[in-house]
Design a protein around this ligand. Structure first.
Ligand code: S3P
Length: 176
């Protein structure tokens, strides 16, 4: 089997609340390929919810589990794969994404309007990285992460004002 035939169609990255899961699912549905979400896969693997895992084992342990799981999926999974917001900050994941792009993969930075993303991230709950002043924390993380997202992605999609379906169509147009 060639490596090209075994690659996922797209990896979705972006901030908490950008709509990575929602839009990724929609893209997969529209192009008839499987969908996977890294956070859900991690929860399945560790047998607990992410906030609970953070509380018990801390962020560094979470990042190790996350990076290992993403590395495995980038090898084997064919479809649309949404990552957790902080995943692209891990150096080994940056290397894995570069490798994926070198094999023809698309890494899509879903760049949402900050106000919309913050509102969704707050509404969703269950996000330990936003404990405390959620908006202030989101803004600080955005400042750190936006340059990294731009660097590791090979497709940049602005979604301001779009519905999940509209954003999904735009992603599909841009990866085609
Ligand atoms: C995190 C984002 C979350 C989840 C974890 C850490 C982050 O995923 O992986 O709570 O560091 O931004 P979402 O981006 O899907 O909220």
């Amino acid at each position: 089997k060639s490596r090209r035939a075994r690659r996922p169609h797209a990896v979705i990255i972006g901030m908490m609340g950008a709509g990575k899961t929602r839009v990724g699912k929609e893209v997969a549905h529209m192009i008839h390929v499987p969908f996977a979400d890294a956070d859900l896969e991690i929860e399945r693997e560790v047998g607990m919810k992410i906030p609970q895992y953070f509380e018990r084992y801390g962020e560094p342990a979470f990042r190790r589990v996350e990076a290992d799981l993403i590395a495995d999926f980038l090898e084997d999974f064919e479809g649309v794969f949404s990552l957790g917001g902080g995943a692209p900050m891990t150096p080994s994941t940056q290397d894995a994404l570069a490798d994926y792009i070198a094999r023809g993969g698309r890494v899509v930075y879903l760049d949402a309007d900050p106000a919309e993303a913050m509102e969704r991230a707050n509404r969703g709950g269950g996000r330990p990285m936003l404990n405390g002043d959620a908006n202030a924390r989101w803004k600080k993380l955005f400042k750190e992460r936006d340059p990294v997202f731009r660097r590791v992605a090979n497709v940049h999609v602005h979604t301001r004002g779009l519905t999940p379906q509209g954003a999904a169509k735009k992603v599909i147009d841009m990866v085609a």
